[in-house]
Design a protein around this ligand. Structure first.
Ligand SMILES: Nc1nc2c(ncn2[C@@H]2O[C@H](COP(=O)(O)OP(=O)(O)O)[C@@H](O)[C@H]2O)c(=O)[nH]1
Ligand SMILES: [Mg+2]
Length: 333
């Protein structure tokens, strides 16, 4: 199962500045020689990876990137300034593909890798450069070399930062739809009746993060019942879990039954899964008459904090997002 995030961007390196055509003009030197300076080099486009980026979400807002042009040369042999390079930050693991040919240009695997993808144009030479003993007054200078443009397809295998677990109908898919601002497609996904949902969650105060749900978790999932085992493997890579429970399904006589069922499945599959930080969330608090069950659940689980939300009305979702961000930050690798 692969989650793929994609973006198409166009990048353009800076043009080289023009070489200058100029002659010295000074008092008492009536026929001064050439003194046109060279143009500056255009800025490069540099790709660099940083662990601060986790998705390609930023490219929904900006798709065109251009480095600065070199400045033109000037008289008195003044060289134009080089144009500033432009560095584009990407998450580690991004594949950089030529969008026109489909060729892989670079696989940026590691953190803090840098790669110059386009060189800026060379600056043109000023007429000073063309002076020779036989040609003392060159009346031409070179133009700057133009920058280059390329359209890139960026591809990133997304690892979900957050796994949403819970029984069927707990509201996992609804929750993901409610909190995410982008829904990357899931590539290479074999057809079954169960499809995981994936979402990129954007907040005003933190890097976007990726949530995925784990469908088909039922009693016996670790042995293959209900297809959940296909997806259990996927939570091995998540950093934290959100455990979602339908409040209307809570049995007041055994309020933690579902909660234990799911955690038990995690333990049976791999003990490490249940050791991941878990935020416990009761969903569907908009339904009438469920407040009592929510309170019974809260007191049964004792000192563990429980969040009350409604994925349908949006109640409690801001608080859930901020708890997720806090927990992700405190569990940064
Ligand atoms: N009243 C109410 N219904 C919800 C809420 N969240 C999900 N549902 C409903 O519960 C059902 C199961 O939701 P779904 O997201 O498919 O659950 P999943 O199996 O965990 O992915 C759907 O009919 C949803 O409309 C909620 O907060 N309130
Ligand atoms: Mg679902």
């Amino acid at each position: 199962m692969k989650f793929i995030d994609e973006a198409i961007i166009t990048v353009q390196s800076g043009d080289g500045g023009k070489g200058c055509l100029s002659f010295r003009r000074e008092k008492f030197i009536p026929r001064g020689g050439p003194d046109g300076g060279d143009g500056g080099k255009g800025g490069d486009i540099i790709l660099s990876t940083t662990s601060r980026k986790r998705t390609l979400y930023q490219f929904r807002f900006q798709r065109h990137f251009k480095a600065k042009n070199g400045e033109h040369g000037q008289g008195k042999k003044k060289t134009g300034k080089n144009g500033l390079n432009l560095t584009i930050e990407l998450p580690p693991g991004t594949l950089v593909i030529d969008a026109d040919t489909g060729h892989l240009i670079k696989d940026l695997v590691d953190t803090d890798e840098t790669f110059v993808i386009l060189k800026g144009g060379r600056g043109g030479q000023g007429n000073t450069r063309f002076k020779t003993s036989t040609h003392r007054t060159p009346r031409f200078a070179q133009p700057g070399e133009p920058g280059e443009t390329i359209t890139l397809k960026l591809e990133l295998k997304l690892l979900a930062d957050v796994g949403i677990i819970g029984l069927p109908n707990a509201g996992k898919s609804t929750l993901i739809a409610a909190i995410s601002s982008a829904r990357p497609k899931i590539a290479n996904y074999p057809f079954t009746t169960l499809t995981p949902s994936l979402g990129v969650v954007q907040t005003d105060w933190a890097e976007p993060f990726v949530v995925a749900d784990i469908p088909g978790l039922i009693k016996g999932a670790h042995q293959g019942t209900g297809l959940g085992i296909k997806f259990l493997r996927h939570i091995e890579r998540t950093r934290i879990l959100v455990h979602l429970i339908d409040v209307s399904s809570i049995d007041p006589d055994d309020p933690l039954h579902e909660y234990h069922t799911i955690n038990q499945e995690l333990v049976m599959y791999d003990e490490k899964l249940v050791q991941k930080p878990q935020i416990v969330v009761l969903n569907k608090l908009d339904l009438p008459g469920v407040r009592k069950a929510a309170e019974i659940f809260q007191s049964a689980i004792k000192d563990k904090e429980v969040l009350f939300i409604s994925a349908l009305t949006g109640q409690g979702l801001e608080q859930l997002k901020s708890q997720i961000v806090q927990l992700l930050d405190s569990n940064d690798e």
